[in-house]
Design a protein around this ligand. Structure first.
Ligand SMILES: *Cc1c(COP(=O)(O)O)cnc(C)c1O
Length: 735
């Protein structure tokens, strides 16, 4: 792990959650095997009824954190819908998988319609499968609570549900001594065999997870010691509680404790503190361990008999636990590998079937997973409540604004910034929803675009505000404040003038922002300028609010600002270059941007392969003459596509079949000649990588920027409009 990044940056990696989930999966196996039962009933009780009770709530917290965390305007944003779909599919799969086991065990004998419904919607069709309906129902409920109640109220409501559940679980002994209450609960148990379900158990942890992702940024959870102490203290109390309840024989079931809630709160924060890259594979493996372990347990018991190993594998619980854990891990690993292979197979024919693939001349391939990674990473850096407002101006820095904005919409992002009205209108025409802020100037002749496409215009200064207001139609605006860059924006000192904007009837003031111009600098002068600009901005905002001019949303950071000063992020972060997975220079990308993943590759078709005899020359101006025999490949890409002409004559190179091929002669407008001498299997119809990696070799946007003496921002944003933009390999089935 690189260490030379901002503290918030490292903490933003949520790999800790994945690792804790895996541990939790093994704890669940323990619940069902009771590994210590032969050694000490007390130790086993502690392991399986106390410690292991942290496992399932942990799953719920993670779900709440990722699925319900994002503040969204719609009740069921796409992320939530996808989660519900996936979970339902997994549930369906598990139901089918366990059907034979259930039939064999006689679970479904004499099943009534009511019993069937209870099984499907609450209890699960096998003993561990209650988790799925609980998760689905819980997510529904938690989403409703979070939508209609403010965050602390939603948490209180979920806590109330939990208390009701608790009274039907490990405190039932107390409740059952009050006859009317007992009658109510007996009724409840007709509907769901336990209160440990999606109604009373799951919502609290889901809401807590969602709250944690909003309230406290990962960067802010710095006080690990206090968090650890908090966990130890509350878990000790929970242990005491569990043993006391056991002593007094109050539990009807033992999933829920009073002190489980604070224990989970601290445990989850601890997991957030672990600086590890997140791993989708680990996540999938823990899910499969959960699903598969009862089947493995049964299979092991069945296999033990003919092998004459019952004494060891069945009658020794510790050995049984270890064998089940080992075999289940192997099965889970195999399941994830198989599934990703199957998904790859399924996606391949579709890819090949698209006729444009083979005909593509030169194209940009975007990596969906890298984008998701960058979004998650940057979201993690920004304190809770702060939203990403991706800068998709200049065709999303050359990446393809429509493709990206669509995907970002899908990831729950509903605000963007662009440079001009035409860019905004284009996105709208292609179906992009949410707020689109125009950072630059729009000429009055184009004001109608603003209202027609519901674009948000920056008020570039007070007199421009008057122009906008006089247009006569309501227009959404953010007020631009100049705090020292001296580009666009009203000077922050002009409070009086700024106040007048709040009295203009046609301006709908949604936000106020400034732009910092030295965030990428390391010098003392640059860093103190950040402070100066920031102070001026907040002084201005406070001044306005004191004068009765509310500023609904405020924002000041772009990529570098977020990476270096995450504590300054307020309502939005206008992230551009970092979202695309690089920073402006190689040095910055290596240090500040080490955890980002570039999302763009640039590729071009090989249109011909030919030999050059000694003495023969190449291209315009015949700048290259062969001394020995050479093999050339002609590429269908040129400077009109954004390949700097200065890369001519061996300055630049491309990758073909994992090897470097230097550029020969002068780059043409639409074509380029490269030297492929000695590279095997180069054929017309194949392709070259101009930015991206192939085997061990890699060419980055930073390389290009360095070669041409500029920054990656310029390189990327100048990639030509003629290039096709596509997503790389389709996203694998992600459970
Ligand atoms: C382009 C732009 C951004 C995005 O900047 P990055 O450094 O690419 O993150 C943010 N704010 C304003 C005003 C911009 O013009």
């Amino acid at each position: 792990m690189p260490r030379n990044i901002s503290p918030g940056g490292a903490a933003a990696f949520r790999g800790g959650l994945d690792r804790f989930r895996l541990l939790a999966a093994f704890l669940v196996i323990a619940i069902h095997v009771s590994p210590l039962s032969a050694i000490s009933p007390e130790a086993d009780f502690f392991l399986t009824r106390v410690l292991a009770r942290l496992a399932v709530p942990f799953f719920f917290l993670v779900t709440g954190y990722f699925v319900l965390g994002e503040d969204s305007h719609s009740l069921f944003p796409s992320r939530l819908r996808r989660f519900l779909l996936k979970t339902s599919l997994l549930y369906l799969f598990s139901v089918v998988l366990y059907l034979p086991f259930g039939i064999y065990a006689g679970h479904y004998r004499g099943l009534t319609a009511g019993g069937f419904l209870r099984m499907v919607f609450f209890d699960g069709t096998f003993y561990h499968l209650w988790y799925f309906p609980a998760c689905i129902l819980g997510v529904f409920l938690a989403a409703l609570l979070m939508r209609f109640l403010s965050w602390p109220m939603a948490a209180w409501a979920a806590a109330l549900l939990y208390l009701i559940g608790l009274s039907g679980d490990s405190y039932y002994g107390l409740v059952a001594s009050v006859p009317p209450l007992k009658a109510i609960y007996e009724g409840l148990f007709q509907v769901s065999s336990y209160t440990r379900n999606g109604l009373f158990f799951a919502p609290l942890f889901l809401v807590l997870g969602a709250g944690l992702s909003r309230e406290s940024s990962l960067g802010q959870i710095k006080d690990r010691r206090r968090t650890l102490l908090g966990f130890i203290f509350s878990f000790a109390l929970m242990t005491l509680e569990a043993f006391l309840l056991r002593h007094f024989e109050t539990p009807r079931h033992d999933s829920m404790y009073l002190f489980l809630a604070p224990s989970m709160f601290f445990l989850f924060r601890l997991a957030l503190c672990v600086n590890q890259p997140s791993s989708k594979r680990l996540r999938n493996i823990s899910a499969w361990i959960y699903i598969l372990h009862p089947a493995v347990l049964i299979a092991l018991r069945m296999a033990a008999k003919p092998l004459h190993l019952t004494w060891l594998l069945v009658e020794n619980p510790l050995v049984q636990y270890l064998s089940v854990s080992l075999l289940t891990s192997a099965a889970a690993f195999a399941a994830t590998v198989l599934l990703s292979k199957a998904a790859a197979l399924l996606s391949r024919p579709r890819k090949e079937a698209a006729p444009s693939v083979s005909g593509r001349r030169a194209w940009i391939e975007l990596d969906r997973r890298a984008l998701l990674h960058n979004v998650e990473y940057l979201r993690g850096l920004a304190p809770g409540g702060c939203r990403l407002m991706p800068a998709v101006k200049a065709n999303a820095y050359g990446h393809g604004a429509l493709l990206l904005a669509k995907e970002l919409n899908r990831l729950g992002i509903d605000s963007f910034c662009v440079a001009c009205a035409a860019e905004g209108a284009k996105l709208r025409r292609q179906g992009i929803t949410g707020e689109i802020l125009i950072l630059g100037y729009t000429h009055p002749s184009q004001f109608s675009l603003l209202s027609r496409f519901c674009l948000t215009q920056t008020v570039v200064d007070v007199s421009y505000g008057e122009l906008l207001n006089s247009f006569g139609q309501k227009i959404h605006v953010h007020v631009g404040i100049d705090t020292g860059m001296h580009r666009l924006g009203e000077p922050s000192e002009n409070l009086k003038g700024l106040q007048s904007l709040w009295h203009m009837e046609n301006l709908i003031l949604d936000g106020i922002f400034t732009h910092l111009c030295t965030c990428d600098g390391q010098t003392e002068r640059e860093e103190s300028y950040v402070k100066k600009q920031t102070a001026a901005f907040f002084r201005c905002v406070e001044g306005l609010e004191m004068q009765g001019c509310p500023c609904p949303k405020i924002h000041l950071l772009s990529s570098y600002g977020l990476l270096k000063y995450p504590e300054l992020s307020s309502d939005y972060v206008r992230a551009g270059i970092a979202l695309y997975g690089v920073l402006s220079t190689r040095e910055d990308t290596k240090t500040l941007g080490a955890l980002l993943q570039p999302i763009l590759s640039l590729k071009a078709r090989i249109t011909a392969v030919k030999n050059l005899n000694p003495g023969e020359s190449v291209g315009y101006g015949i700048t290259y003459t062969a001394e020995k025999e050479r093999t050339l490949a002609i590429l269908a890409i040129g400077y009109a596509d954004g390949l700097p002409r200065s890369f001519s004559c061996g300055t630049g190179s491309v990758l073909i079949n994992g090897r470097r091929a230097p550029i020969l002669g002068r780059i043409c407008m639409d074509q380029t000649i490269v030297d492929v001498t000695g590279i095997p299997a180069v054929v017309a119809g194949g392709y070259a990588v101009l930015i991206g990696s192939w085997g061990e070799e890699q060419i980055t946007a930073c390389d290009w920027a360095e070669l041409s003496g500029t920054i990656t921002n310029e390189i990327l944003s100048r990639l030509g409009g003629r290039l096709e933009r596509i997503w790389g390999e389709d996203e694998r089935l992600d459970l």
